[in-house]
Design a protein around this ligand. Sequence first.
Ligand code: MRU
Length: 363
Amino acid sequence: MEIDGTPYRTIWVEEPGKSVGIIDQTKLPHRFETVTLTSMDDAAHAISEMLVRGAPLIGATAAYGMALAVNEDASDAGLAAAYKALYATRPTAVNLRWALDQMQEVLGDLPETDRAAKAWSRAAEICDDDVEISKNIGRHGLKIIEALAAGKATGEPVNILTHCNAGWLATVDWGTATAPIYMAYEKGIDVHVWVDETRPRNQGASLTAWELGRHGVKHTLIADNTGGHLMQHGLVDLCIVGTDRTTATGDVCNKIGTYLKALAAHDNDVPFYVALPSTTIDWTVSDGVREIPIEQRGGTELTRIAGRLADGSVAEVDIAPEGVAVRNDAFDVTPARLVTGLITERGTCPASEEGLRQLFEKS
Ligand code: MRU
């Protein structure tokens, strides 16, 4: 997507076969900085410290992490060690495992001397495929927005609420939840996005608001607790969120707070859609609440907050009593019964085993 008119992806090859560029998302929205990854450790650090985040981008970075690892040690033992190190970076997004398996699958049977070239080309394919997948999610989700726009009086926008950042910053390009929004915008449909701030890391405030703004899409930042109230007053036509892991039965695991939005949407008859690439489906899991590992993150994400000072510098301040006990679950599970539909690269289906099987049976 565009940053002030210049097209960008979130990850790219800098020096072919040697290094990879990423946007350091921990610096946004105050500073736009890119970082060069030259080793597997760099890639693992970028994922675990959330310079890159969002399920599809975690997978894409892990794929390049394997390519960087092969440069260092192309042996079977080297591959196994890289797989293990990258797999340990974040526990919830299943795209990580998917991407590592893809790399292992194509590299495992090759002679060591052929592995590097294959690793770089497969990682590039994973990224290109992700862009195509997101575009197709956009095309299918666009139909839902078009239908809502058709029922609107002239001058009234379609109001869409989203949580966290399932935007282009969370994928290689286009985003999942945002792809239909960007496509609607490109088509001249009047769309307006309610952006949940998404405590505690504020991915909505710092990333979604930033990327929508840079691309020119109308949006309004709201506190996490505001969505239900807006729905009660008819100010939300549609919710679209992303997912880090989707069960074979259609439960979705996404950023903490998504479940509460789904409950509010259900109570107010607001359609609640989840946009996902098939790479987030975990076919081995059927009960999301009991089976999906939920990442537990450090307490300082809740007790400290970062912001820009008047002199332009960025600083952190404490906002809770020193030593307070903190629990910081990073994701929650929305049961399939609260989801209106799953928007995938192959079309939109009911959030159910049957719905998913109809689209993906042959995959
Ligand atoms: O902790 P994060 O920022 O990696 O969480 C990201 C999300 O929860 C996204 O909604 C999800 O990965 C879907 S991304 C298209």
